[in-house]
Design a protein around this ligand. Structure first.
Ligand SMILES: [Zn+2]
Length: 85
C-alpha cells in the first residue's frame, strides 16, 4: 500500500511540475510578446525614413516613394501631372 501511495505522489509531483512548466513557458511568451509590442518601431535596425508632404495634396509619404520634379515632390504620378497641368 505504501508503494502505491508513493507512486501516486510521484505521478502527482510530475504532473504538477509539467503544469508549472507550461504556465511559466506561457508567461515568458506573453512577456516576450509584450516586450516586442512596446519596443519602438524599426526592429530591423533601419533608420526611420523621412516623411515628406505632397506639394499637390499635402499627404505625407516616405521620401523614397515621392516623385521629385525639381524642387517639388508628389505622392503619385497623378498629382505630379495635376500640378503641372
Ligand atoms: Zn498628392
Amino acid at each position: 500500500m505504501g508503494k502505491l501511495l508513493s507512486w501516486i505522489a510521484i505521478i502527482a509531483l510530475v504532473y504538477a511540475g509539467m503544469r508549472l512548466f507550461v504556465v511559466l513557458q506561457r508567461k515568458s511568451r506573453v512577456a516576450a510578446a509584450r516586450r516586442a509590442a512596446t519596443r519602438p518601431a524599426a526592429p530591423s535596425g533601419a533608420a526611420p525614413e523621412r516623411m515628406l508632404a505632397c506639394d499637390h495634396c499635402g499627404v505625407h509619404a516616405p521620401a523614397s516613394d515621392m516623385i521629385v520634379v525639381g524642387e517639388r515632390r508628389y505622392c503619385s504620378p497623378e498629382h505630379r501631372d495635376a500640378a503641372r497641368g
